[in-house]
Design a protein around this ligand. Structure first.
Ligand SMILES: [Zn+2]
Ligand SMILES: [Zn+2]
Length: 303
């Protein structure tokens, strides 16, 4: 994200922003030199500036987006809104979607404590579903259970664009295909439902993209370090070539966020060019919060 020439400035900023007294995580731990801690420390303290050809200006606050961050790990946080907007920018292109959840029996969960295994499952599932004709997919891992937020309960969420009610035989085929692929027991572990219409799709996107690390931080630090840099959100299919079939009328804020998440100016639809280099916050400029860590700079000037 940072241009090479600005790297030193960026590192200097990190050094300046370090204040041991404000530290919430235990830096005495052996892994404290890990990049994970750097991103937690600088979260929300810097921004990049973007501009469209017509001169509309935006600021994007750089968030670590780590679920184990005290800021980003909260539901409705800017990080949550940002990924929600990204999912919505795709789901706007379908009027219904299938929703698969794959859970893993206890004896398999220990094996999933590393990003290589988690990534392999995502790739296998994507290939298999694509091969079976499900052309549009979104995937995201959830780490803990809905009820027990302190328990390691990894489950894979998959949204299948355009799918709705499946015939019983098709659903059985789909389930046995996935069970065979992942070595799951013959019963349970795969749940399918579907959502129709904008409200249900928005709700699904918000639910699937919510942070689920929750209370795991305290006792799963090693796992957090291992998962650093892991892409837990992935998609397949030609979403970008499709046009929107519904809009977020009545929710201007999230509408603007969806545009910005796609790299488009919410005012004129033009492409936004993000200028290399980071700005330290706060800035002495009139800005309006658009949500998701994006701000509109009201009087655009070089900063
Ligand atoms: Zn953060
Ligand atoms: Zn514009």
């Amino acid at each position: 994200m940072y241009a090479e020439t600005n790297k030193d400035i960026y590192l200097e900023d990190i050094a300046k922003s370090y204040n041991p007294n404000s530290e919430s995580h235990n830096l005495a731990l052996p892994g404290s030199g890990h990049p994970l801690y750097k991103s937690l420390k600088t979260c929300g303290k810097m921004a990049i500036r973007g501009e469209c050809k017509k001169g509309h200006c935006y600021l994007k606050v750089l968030k670590c987006k780590k679920e184990w961050c005290e800021i980003c790990g909260k539901e409705k946080s800017e990080a949550h809104q940002g990924i929600y907007a990204k999912f919505l920018s795709r789901l706007k292109k379908v009027d219904q979607a299938g929703y698969l959840v794959i859970t893993f029996p206890e004896e398999m969960r220990e094996n999933l404590r590393n990003k290589v295994e988690l990534g392999k499952i995502m790739i296998k599932v994507k290939r298999s579903l694509k091969g079976a004709g499900y052309g549009l997919g979104l995937q995201r891992w959830h780490w803990s259970g809905d009820r027990d937020k302190k328990k390691w309960l990894p489950h894979l969420n998959i949204i299948l664009g355009g799918e709705g009610r499946l015939e019983k035989s098709e659903l059985e085929r789909l389930k046995s295909r996935l069970r065979a692929l992942l070595g799951l027991p013959l019963k349970g572990n795969i749940h399918y439902s579907y959502k129709t219409g904008p409200a249900a799709l928005c709700h699904l996107a918000r639910y699937v993209t919510r942070p689920t690390w929750g209370g795991l931080w305290d006792w799963e630090e090693e796992l957090a370090i291992d998962l650093h840099g892991f892409r837990k959100n992935r998609w397949w299919g030609n979403w970008s070539k499709m046009s929107d079939v519904w809009d977020l009328t009545g929710d201007g804020k999230i509408g603007a966020l969806v545009e910005l998440a796609k790299g488009q100016c919410p005012d004129c639809g033009g492409a936004i060019l993000w200028v290399p280099g980071v700005q330290r916050l706060p800035l002495a400029l009139p800005i309006t919060h658009l949500g998701g860590g994006f701000y509109r700079i009201e009087i655009c000037q070089k900063i």
